[in-house]
Design a protein around this ligand. Structure first.
Ligand SMILES: *[C@@H]1O[C@H](CO)[C@@H](O)[C@H](O)[C@H]1NC(C)=O
Ligand SMILES: *[C@@H]1O[C@H](CO)[C@@H](O)[C@H](O)[C@H]1NC(C)=O
Ligand SMILES: *[C@@H]1O[C@H](CO)[C@@H](O)[C@H](O)[C@H]1NC(C)=O
Ligand SMILES: *[C@@H]1O[C@H](CO)[C@@H](O)[C@H](O)[C@H]1NC(C)=O
Ligand SMILES: *[C@@H]1O[C@H](CO)[C@@H](O)[C@H](O)[C@H]1NC(C)=O
Ligand SMILES: *[C@@H]1O[C@H](CO)[C@@H](O)[C@H](O)[C@H]1NC(C)=O
Ligand SMILES: *[C@@H]1O[C@H](CO)[C@@H](O)[C@H](O)[C@H]1NC(C)=O
Ligand SMILES: *[C@@H]1O[C@H](CO)[C@@H](O)[C@H](O)[C@H]1NC(C)=O
Length: 679
């Protein structure tokens, strides 16, 4: 609803904390806080560590500072993590070198994407030498280094630009594929939950023939860039991703020399940018020319729920791919229901007795029994049977109680990997199963082997995927694109069976899919690109009502917001999509977007504009209407004007630049911010 006010945030912290103090009479409990101080000073004699200790000394007292300081961030940006009481945090926030200070929290792991579906066949012509120089930094749960996706057969020497290290623990060896490893939790970089191995193999896994999950969905597993190198930064564990470790991962990865950062986690709700460590870390990555790619989030339909909002982040929403996994349930009377699941084992036999949770308990009330709550189901009543439970969370309990199969409803269709032969049904299907159970004297069922089928409706926006608009900077469209995020088969660690909560739906609009579906082949030859400059980012910071002082501290450059380009608005950032909030109500409105296109295709080329409005009244124009390039890297400015009236909700349009072979398409979204009121 508002732009970030970095300095007023500090005031807010002071206000909130002083209010808290007067109410609770000073809470002396120590918590971990992140203290963010912006870019590193250029002064070669500056010692971050000494500075951090002296700051702490002033608020904590000398005898505790060593225990209080957890970690200094001192390679790519300035800041530290420390154990502080609220009172100490308030005192520190008054230090003029502090930009923001916030309690550490846990971010959640998110799902990711797959490549085959995106018209990216294995035999595509590619620049393997170039790819071999690309280093992808995986901020994730570690990696399983012996997975065939990560062996280094045929890899050349490690790129000389690499400045990182292999410090993944005693049981962790790097090679010419996994060239770096760091961990921030005294544990090994080995991936005990599978997420990191999965995302790394999707991004850069080797080609592995005959990969399949116990024979289902068999095929060739491979990553988007099989020749790229991987650097592992283990910042997540089974309990999530700790903010204090995420900051450390960014600090190291940027200094180590990665080219791309993969971030498949996020906070559970959108955060203001100066409180979001991914926005902070990726800001400093962007300054070094490193692209940070983040999953948009799993906040589902919530309006403005997207948690990846910074303009310097590439935010990827999840779509479905054209493969769905089904498990048939065969009822004793012959009816067959198509459920969803990924069963690695099957039932031996034709029909099995069925028991409903409500009737499998001798000690719990009806509700607890229906959902098969922990301690409710009686092993004597479920052993050797298929159990129907109203909660998907009862799988393990059912398994332990001796059930041989598990059926539960989900409020959307999806697939899981389970420890037991399981099938998930829609509410409607589950009601049908219940009615069969209650109307049949000896109900029996069988569950067949999971099969994969093509899903011709794909790609659709995955139901769990987060939606815009961008709650932090209204005029930057998020997500940027969508890419497959459902039922992905990729490398997993043997410690942890894969499972997740994927699914799909039909909610289409730019706030779900941004510029649309990723096409990795065409994306490598776009013809024209939109470049942003440091000055533009400085203008952007100033236009976000950040003081000159804060903007200077953040960027490490001497920025004076007094003379930033007057009238610059975040919508004027040279971003490939265009978005703007309009509070016109019933009146007329007109909005202009200034952009510059850079020619990266053919030196002499001519691009013609095509503007489309998807609603009326809407009048979109572009000037000039053609871009005549005479050289590579030539930049031509243009202005898009969109006008209309009575804007109740969202007006969407698009601009295409077409030279006959290449098409560069930009989505345009003008919206009434009142659509966010429900957020
Ligand atoms: C940087 O931080 C690390 C970890 O906290 C610390 O060990 C090191 O001494 C610091 N270096 C400088 C130059 O401050
Ligand atoms: C550190 O790692 C252990 C083992 O994986 C995990 O249980 C714990 O939650 C982690 N702690 C943090 C703060 O990440
Ligand atoms: C793949 O699996 C099939 C059937 O299991 C087998 O015949 C074939 O040799 C395998 N190919 C490779 C390259 O392992
Ligand atoms: C089915 O039979 C196989 C082989 O006899 C056995 O390993 C497996 O545990 C059996 N599964 C069930 C659910 O009984
Ligand atoms: C099986 O039982 C259900 C519930 O009683 C009923 O709706 C369905 O029609 C039956 N199917 C067949 C093939 O008889
Ligand atoms: C930015 O600050 C100016 C002057 O303090 C104020 O008028 C304006 O409303 C602020 N803008 C936002 C978006 O908060
Ligand atoms: C920043 O610029 C101002 C005015 O241009 C100058 O007075 C000041 O010394 C500069 N500061 C730094 C750190 O370069
Ligand atoms: C559309 O807007 C342009 C200015 O951008 C204006 O010249 C033109 O007359 C408008 N067309 C209509 C049909 O309103």
């Amino acid at each position: 609803m508002h732009l970030s006010l970095w300095y007023s945030f500090t005031l807010f912290v002071i206000f909130a904390f002083s209010l808290g103090r007067s109410l609770t009479n000073a809470n002396e409990e120590k918590k971990v806080y992140i203290v963010y101080m912006g870019g590193l000073p250029l002064d070669p004699n500056y010692s971050p560590n000494a500075h951090h200790l002296s700051m702490l000394q002033r608020v904590v007292g000398s005898s505790y500072i060593e225990k209080s300081l957890i970690r200094s961030y001192n390679r790519s940006f300035n800041g530290f993590a420390a154990r502080l009481t609220e009172r100490e945090a308030v005192k520190l926030s008054r230090d003029e070198t502090v930009i923001s200070i916030f309690p550490s929290k846990t971010y959640h792991l998110l799902t990711t994407r797959s490549w085959d579906f995106m018209s990216f066949p294995q035999n595509v012509h590619r620049n393997l030498n170039g790819e071999g120089d690309i280093i992808i930094g995986m901020l994730d749960s570690g990696i399983w280094p012996e997975n065939p996706s990560f062996n280094d057969h045929g890899f050349g020497p490690i790129p000389t630009k690499w400045k990182g290290q292999c410090k993944g623990g005693d049981d962790f060896k790097c090679n010419k594929k996994i060239i770096g490893a760091r961990t921030y939790n005294k544990t090994s970089c080995r991936d005990s939950i599978g997420h990191g191995s999965h995302t790394a193999s999707i991004a850069a896994g080797n080609i592995v023939q005959n990969a399949s999950f116990y024979g289902i969905a068999g095929g060739v597993a491979r990553g988007g860039a099989p020749s790229a190198r991987i650097a592992v930064y283990k910042v997540c564990s089974e309990s999530g991703c700790d903010v204090e470790q995420i900051m450390a991962g960014f600090d190291d990865a940027i200094a180590d020399g990665v080219d791309i950062l993969s971030i498949s986690f996020g906070p559970s709700a959108p955060l203001e940018l100066h409180e979001d460590v991914v926005a902070i870390g990726s800001f400093h990555a962007e300054e070094k020319g490193i692209l940070s790619v983040q999953a948009a989030g799993n906040t589902r339909f919530q309006v403005a729920g997207i948690t990846s909002n910074a303009p310097w982040l590439f935010s990827v929403a999840a779509s479905t791919i054209d493969r769905r996994l089904y498990t048939d349930i065969v009822f004793g009377n012959g009816t067959i229901l198509k459920g969803r699941s990924i069963n690695s084992f099957k039932l031996n036999g034709t029909q099995f007795p069925v028991v409903y949770g409500a009737e499998a308990s001798s000690k719990c009330d009806l509700r607890d029994a229906q959902i098969c709550s922990y301690g409710c189901i009686d092993p004597k009543l479920v052993k050797g049977k298929i159990i129907l439970c109203q909660s998907i969370f009862a799988e393990k309990t059912s398994y332990i109680a001796g059930a041989i199969g598990f059926i539960a409803p989900v409020d959307f269709s999806e697939s899981y990997v389970s420890p037991i032969v399981s099938t998930f049904l829609t509410d409607e299907q589950f009601e049908f199963a219940e009615s069969y159970y209650s109307s049949t004297k000896t109900p029996t069922m069988n569950m067949l082997k999971t099969v994969d089928q093509r899903d011709l409706a794909a790609p659709l926006v995955a139901e769990f995927s987060s939606r815009g608009p961008n709650s932090q900077i209204l005029d930057i469209l998020k997500p940027d694109i969508i890419a497959p995020g459902v039922e992905i088969l990729a490398g997993y660690s043997p410690y942890s069976p894969p499972s997740g909560v994927p699914n799909y739906d039909y909610g289409h609009n730019e706030f779900s899919y941004g510029a649309g579906h990723l096409n990795p082949v065409k994306a490598a030859n776009p013809g024209i690109v939109y470049k942003t400059t440091k000055e533009e980012y400085h203008n952007l910071l100033c236009s976000m009502n950040i003081s000159s002082d804060t903007a200077t501290k953040m960027s490490g450059f001497n920025i004076s917001c007094d003379d930033y380009q007057r009238g610059f608005k975040p919508k004027d950032l040279n971003y490939p999509s265009m978005a703007s909030p309009i509070e016109s109500g019933h009146g007329k409105f007109q909005v202009q977007f200034k952009r510059r296109a850079t020619n990266v295709g053919v030196a002499m080329s001519m691009y013609y504009a095509k503007l489309s409005c998807y609603q009326s009244p809407c009048n979109a124009t572009v000037a000039p209407e053609k871009l005549e390039f005479k050289a590579l890297n030539e930049e031509i400015p243009f202005v898009v004007t969109v006008s209309g009236e009575n804007l109740e909700s969202v007006l969407s349009a698009s601009l295409e630049w077409n030279d006959g072979t290449q098409v560069a398409r930009s989505p345009i979204v003008v919206f009434n911010p009142k659509i966010m009121a429900s957020a």
